[in-house]
Write a new protein. Structure first.
Length: 142
């Protein structure tokens, strides 16, 4: 594990995204609130937040840090559920892994909720969109 004790505490954020490709039937059911397993977006939101808090338990050598906020937003498009997860802290290391974990697990929760209707649903991409703070400063995906 990297020693971060010499780093300054600073405000840091990271936003990650994921996309879950789903069938037109799943899109319709999500929009109409008729998915057989229930509120997939609500379940995915809570799953993502919970996962962000558990990141050091899931990713070896990931520093346990105090999260000051996690938001997980989900949008149903015509062919996918698009997830955006933002993690915030004031600490000595960044929160990219927490944001990525939140987005990925929210995507897994969506798949679990829709798999009975669409067994072909898939997580298409999980990636960091931007980060702020820290030694390397701000970064945004172009």
């Amino acid at each position: 594990m990297v020693d971060v004790s010499g780093k300054e505490v600073s405000a840091r954020t990271a936003t990650a995204s994921a996309r879950v490709d789903v069938s037109a039937e799943v899109v319709r059911l999500l929009r109409d609130g008729e998915l057989p397993k229930g509120d997939a977006l609500g379940v995915a939101r809570i799953a993502g937040i919970t996962a962000a808090k558990r990141t050091p338990d899931l990713i070896p050598l990931c520093h346990p840090i105090a999260l000051h906020g996690v938001t997980v937003d989900l949008e149903v498009t015509d062919s996918a559920v698009v997830i955006s997860a933002t993690a915030r802290t004031a600490d000595r290391t960044g929160v990219e892994m927490e944001a990525l974990t939140a987005a990925a697990v929210a995507g897994l929760a969506v798949i679990d909720m829709v798999k009975g209707v669409d067994p072909a649903a898939r997580i298409a991409e999980v990636l960091v969109q931007e980060k702020t703070g820290g030694t390397h400063g701000d970064w945004r995906r172009s």
